[in-house]
Design a protein around this ligand. Sequence first.
Ligand code: PRX
Length: 662
Amino acid sequence: MKPFRLRTLGLERQNKKKGRENVSDAFVTPGGATLSAGQYDGMVREAHTNPEVFWLQQARRLTWQTPPTQASRSDFTQDVRIEWYADGFLNASENCLDRHVRTQPEKTALIWEGQEAGQREVLSYRHLYERVCRLANVLRRLGVKKGDCVAIHLPMVAEGIIAMLACARVGAVHVVLFGGFSAEGLAERLTDSAAVVVLTADVARRGGKRIPSKTTMDEAIARCGAASAVRHVLVVPVTGADVPMQPGRDLRYAEEVAKEAADCPAERMNALDPLFLLYTSGSTGRPKGLVHGTGGYLTWAAFTHAVVFDYKPDDIFWCTADVSWITGHTYVVYGPLANGATIMVYEGLPSWPEPGQWWDVIDRNGVTVFYTSPTVVRAAMREDEAVVRSRSLKSLRILGTVGEPISPEAWHWFHDEVGKGHCAVVDTWWQTETGGVMITAAAGCVVPRPGAAARPLPGVEAVLLDTQGKEVAGAGEGLLCMAQSWPGQAMSIWGDHDRFRQTYFTTCPGHYFTGDGARREEDGYYWITGRVDDVVNVSGHRIGTAEIEDAIATDHEVVESAAVGIPHDLKGQGLVVFVVPREQDVFHPSAVNTAVAAGVGRYAVPEKIYVVRDLPKTRSGKIVRRLLRKIASHDLEGLGDLSTLADPDIVGELIATVKAQE
Ligand code: PRX
């Protein structure tokens, strides 16, 4: 087993200062929770002792065309098999729409606000159903068949959600692509998924910036060349800008949906049929398309949305994540809509054109559950306190965070200033691979402890393994693994099941390895200590350092580079690159930014670039990233034994370079 590095984030140290006690007033939700703590504990016990019965029962949250008779036949050994509800049949869009149209057609499904003043749209379940059906009919007319991939490259407009559900309706596998990817990043994903239809925006907006979605997509498709399977591009008017249209291939969304009927029969899908692919970064190689199945994923989405956020039918549920991330998939779209909730979708930034926009969205729309990222909380904390204090925010009852650890200081600020001291606060730990929340202090059921991810949900068999692969009992620290499958678990990596097996099931044989380290207290509370691999988390964006280094390597002036993550006050982690150029005197570090922006996207451009003569390496030539991380974060204590390096002198030189280039 690889010698993984376990580190602590200092959260507990901070917490000791702040008072590390449980925060019981952040436990009871106003109006009381649906599940009592005792009932919740009962679910944890039942899911542990009788998982088959428990998960078949939970599957009844959904409407099945053919209900499953078996919950799991997953197996973490040998070839690895993740299979939930294998003999069940259902359609995800029917679960998110039709059954609610039957019982509550006029209930608001979606409130959308654009970033420009006055842009607002309210869709009932019936409206949403009709819009999804029209697009589903367009997709069928364009020849999209069950199992085909369809790429969705849209900002936070209702059409993004409509497109996901329309794909699900016709059995197409959606692949939502982040608006911040470069043409190269898009091309790579289009080729890997072999998407046959793409939905993109004319031009997207992000505050004052305009993002040329359509022309970037054109460039991406051109880059795919003969490898492109794209037959049609549907262009959604977001700003109404004039964009070049390729006759025969490109179609105007509004014109196409207008031609279609507002009903469309849903495809019969097996529970194991893929619902979507979502690309994410790992420690090595190219981004991988994680495959989520229909039955298990949707059960997990509905179950976790209801239990973690104490779902109540009159909630206005706002998850601020972009739909191109797993958080957007599960808690903007599938979880809340499967449960018949009202979702809030806002296109704009928190502080554009001025601070306080998101607080106004909450007040204007009576948002009751607000689920966001620690980065957003940290940024809001830095604003004048009058910004948050001048807003009522009284509709809120639950606050949640995801994507990175939240420091106790930020947790308390969120609780006191946004929640005005009366909301439950749920920090939720999970991953693209897990499909939904795994470890949390479920609202009203588990008492939170600021900075701790808290307890595994029912059915989540979390374990800690030491670096020899031995299970840590009781209190202790180790690699965070899962001993058993859960319904939301990704089934594979698109087109490469062996990579899936190797990435997640060989580090700790017989277990799913998360890539995170964690510490557990005597009473079973978990503290996430961060990634133990070469994945960096910048403002909740998961970035593989190998991807960054590959992009930089396309510059012929570069001999080699190493990207590392270091602590960052606002972003959680910042990306730092050490680059060894062919000729140090003439090399300009901006070349690194250009290469990263072109190869990955602007969002991954490093915080800081150090131009150096060489990198610290072992005698066998392996870069010692641990040293680079310490040097870049000016943490020069305990550099360890340097005598094993090929060139021990390089360390002093790097320290001097970092100092000189500050
Ligand atoms: O390191 C963990 C961190 O984010 C990683 C997963 O990233 P991604 O697949 O992009 O999914 C993010 C949203 C679900 C994890 O391996 N992470 C996520 N949530 C937390 C977290 N770290 C600490 N605390 C969290 N609540």
